[in-house]
Design a protein around this ligand. Sequence first.
Ligand code: SAH
Ligand code: SF4
Ligand code: F3S
Length: 452
Amino acid sequence: MNRVYIKTYGCQMNERDSEAVAAMLRGRGYSIVAEEAEADVVLLNTCSVRDQAEQKAIGKAGHLARRKKKDPNFMIGVMGCMAQNRGNDLLDKLPDLDLLVGTQKFHAVPDHLDNLIASLQGQGPRPATLVDLAEEAGSQNTIRDHVPDQRQVSAFVSIMQGCNMKCSYCIVPKTRGEERGRPIDDIVAEVEELAAKGTREVTLLGQIVNQYGIREFPFADGKSPFVQLLERVNEVPGIERIRFTSPHPSGFKQDLIDCYGRLDKLCEYIHFPMQSGSNRILKEMRRPYTIEKFRRILDAMRERCPDLYISTDVIVGFPGETEEDFALTREAFEQIGFDMAFIFKYSVRPDTTAAPLGDPISAEIKDARNKELLEILQQSSLRRNTSLVGTTQEVLVEGPAKRGEGMYLGRTRGYRKVVFPGSERLVGELVPVEIDEATVTTLTGRLVLAGV
Ligand code: SAH
Ligand code: SF4
Ligand code: F3S
């Protein structure tokens, strides 16, 4: 009864939450299995950010319910954002769920599973679905465990939970609650533990990382709590690279820009969500910046760090997005030259402030706009990758490449994927790789041997 399979939808925060649940379950004697078919319990960690994400998880849970009909001891749990967002209503659609756990209660999953199993084994009444969607003060401090005997070359560290912004299209403030930061010392201790186990790269996670601790912790020497945190993480021996996601243009001040080049481990890469190139649409989205401000921040960063790699998030087809608005997004795409981007088609989220606007832009127009941006992106990404051919890049080796054949996968400081002939002993090492070939997504090269 103790084999658990966890399937994760959604963002890196969800991946991190799933990992923490897995670690906590392992600590209780459960085993985490890699195949769904081998599991006694399947937990779905869900996302509500777009309708498609919800539909996928609902479809999956429906499918699992059929297995439960044949094997009544099999258990299904739904955790995370969709559980929080849809709550008990979800049970009308999915009456066979054993467990429904919200975003502030991941740490309660082991207790809940223990109880469910005990009642299945006749030591208590078999409950209806166990529902735990409550808010909990301090829940941001419960996502700290990492799977013990497993080395992660690159690891996620959640530094905060929740979001206080009110972007009109977004469900996250509802699913994740108020913004709450973890104490700096706790985060640094987690990073130190990871480093001791062989982690070389950390990505600090939050909905708006540069707002980290802004209400809880003081500024020091004009530096925000987030900059203070970066400085501390930069001092952790063994950590070679620091990334974070996502920052927001609001409150992205000089103290953070100055970190580039000053903190040697902070990589020359930033994920900086733009959402739209049209000020009118940004206003409708309730994103409190103009495209000019967004670009000024990037210009200042590029001035400080000419090698900067930039990725972004964009939504196409927000209600009322005209051809003129979209042309401004396209123009920003062309002029900024993003190295990576996530382009999303607008999806109405019930109960958000944009919901009453409906979804007036047709699927065809959204598709066409999506495709246009993708083409620009592919060109700028290929241009940047091609410019690296013939150079030697510092690559952090993550593991064997999918294609096998003795090829290994790593990333540059700019987060470009590099594939090269390697060996297991290089995993976790920083190695020089000379780049021979470039595609839109991947660089191929070979190790530069020391002393040759
Ligand atoms: N906190 C981050 C974003 C988290 S959600 C930030 O503000 O930068 C990740 C991305 O999903 C968003 O940046 C946005 O581009 C996209 N997204 C959010 N809600 C959406 C919706 N209703 N439809 C389409 N895309 C959406
Ligand atoms: Fe959503 Fe906006 Fe918060 Fe990002 S900043 S999570 S887009 S409400
Ligand atoms: Fe989705 Fe929740 Fe992340 S809605 S994007 S899993 S915070």
